[in-house]
Each structure stands twice: as C-alpha cells, then as structure tokens.
Design a protein around this ligand. Structure first.
Ligand SMILES: C[S@@+](CC[C@H](N)C(=O)[O-])C[C@H]1O[C@@H](n2cnc3c(N)ncnc32)[C@H](O)[C@@H]1O
Length: 222
C-alpha cells in the first residue's frame, strides 16, 4: 500500500472557533464544497470565464478579494487549517460572493482529482517554507506536485508563486526549470521583485517572517 504523503503544513486548528465562525463551518462550508472523486470544476459554474485555484489560502483575504474583483471567474481555495477556512468563510459571507468554492484539506488531493487542463490560474502564495534542511522534503513544491499542477493547468495557464524565503525561491525556480511544462516569465529583476499588478497583500506576507523581501515567481504552462 502507498504511504500517505508527508505533511506540508503545520497545525490544522489553533484557537476555538467563535460562534459565528462555527456557524459558517456548519452551514456555509457544505454548500461551497466540490464533488467527491474526479471532477470537472466547470461543472460547478458552467458560465465561468476561467477557473482559478488558490493553494494554502491562509485566512482567505487574497482569495476573497480576487473573487470579488472577478465575479466571472470560479475561484477554488484549498486550505487544511480550520481557523483559516473559518476566516475565509467570513470574508465570503460578508462580501456575498457566489463564485467561490472552499475545500478544507490538502491541495495535493484536490489537484489529483481535477480534470486535465481545467485551470487557467494557480496561486501558491507564501507556502510553508520549511527552512531547515531536514524539513525540505515537506515543501509543497516537489517535482511530482509540479507535474500534477502541469496536468491540471491549461496551455497558457498562469501559476503565481511567492515566498519571502530566498532559499525556497531558488528551490522552486530550480524545480520548475527542470519541468518542460512551465516557463518562468521574468525578463528583468523587477519582474520578480514586484508583485503582479492585481496582487492582494496576504496576511503572512505582512508578517515578513522570511529572510528576504517577497519574491514573486510567475510561470506559464507551455
Ligand atoms: C505560511 S501560510 C500562508 C498563507 C497565505 N497564503 C498567506 O500568504 O497569508 C501557508 C499555508 O499553506 C497551507 N498549506 C500547507 N500545505 C498545504 C497543502 N498541502 N494544501 C493546501 N494548503 C497547504 C498551510 O496550512 C498554511 O495556511
């Protein structure tokens, strides 16, 4: 039998949920889910101009802001951290967003179940850096996962990765460059120092816990 994949995340719950958050988990989360087993995300919003996936959305501020900005897009967010999911639900409820789907769980599971070439955009913003060498195997950006992301990305799809850990940026660039499926779009240094024009600052980004200013790596699917 296959061994379960190594955990790429830390705790999945910290504080006790406030009553409103617990209510949203009970009432709203089940309405925003995705089907069991393999699925075509366009079935969830057949008129969607594009389908976007945010992996590890944390408190969901970026996900909700992007969904509000682009009501024509279906935005799917996946995050194992329950308090983060509850926070995202609050943003979705407050803004009355009808184009968001939320999955509490591991992105590797969802990506494994998505139809081939079904995404136009993927965000991986400030993933857990696992800075110690002995923990590097827990980093999300492993060659297998990079290949899985290529399978679900349409030709021309965009993948935006950000980190404030110098070594994780180099790690990701090296592995993405080794994949024939992804092209780094940067032409000049400002392309990786400046956020994409529609970037929304994330909570983790604001904390600036890393060892460098944020690095934004943008790729396109060949
Ligand atoms: C450092 S936090 C950044 C959160 C958010 N993107 C931000 O910038 O504020 C990394 C997040 O990725 C989530 N994460 C880690 N591994 C994941 C996985 N396999 N699938 C989905 N989310 C994951 C963690 O639970 C955590 O919330």
């Amino acid at each position: 039998m296959d061994r379960p994949p190594l955990r790429t995340y830390g705790r999945i719950k910290t504080r006790t949920l406030k009553p409103r958050q617990a209510g949203l988990i009970d009432a709203l989360l089940p309405r925003l889910g995705v089907p069991e087993g393999p699925f075509d995300p366009r079935g969830l919003k057949p008129d969607a101009a594009e389908v976007w996936l945010e992996i590890g959305f944390g408190g969901g501020e970026h996900l909700a802001a992007q969904a509000a900005r682009r009501p024509d897009v279906l935005a799917i967010g996946v995050e194992p951290f329950l308090n983060g999911v509850a926070s995202a639900l609050r943003h979705i409820d407050d803004a009355g967003l009808a184009n968001v789907r939320i999955v509490q769980g591991d992105a590797r599971d969802i990506v494994g179940r998505l139809l081939d070439a079904s995404l136009e955009r993927i965000f991986i913003l400030f993933p857990d850096p696992w800075p110690k060498t002995r923990h590097h195997k827990r980093r999300l950006m492993q060659p297998d996962f990079i290949g899985d992301l290529a399978r679900v990305a349409r030709p021309g799809a965009r993948l935006g990765f950000a980190t404030d850990w110098r070594d994780y940026a180099a790690w990701t660039l090296e592995r993405m460059a080794a994949s024939p499926d992804w092209t780094w779009t940067a032409q000049t240094a400002s392309d990786w120092r400046a956020p994409p024009p529609d970037h929304v600052t994330t909570r983790y980004e604001q904390k600036a816990l890393g060892d460098t200013a944020p690095i934004f790596l943008n790729f396109t699917r060949a």
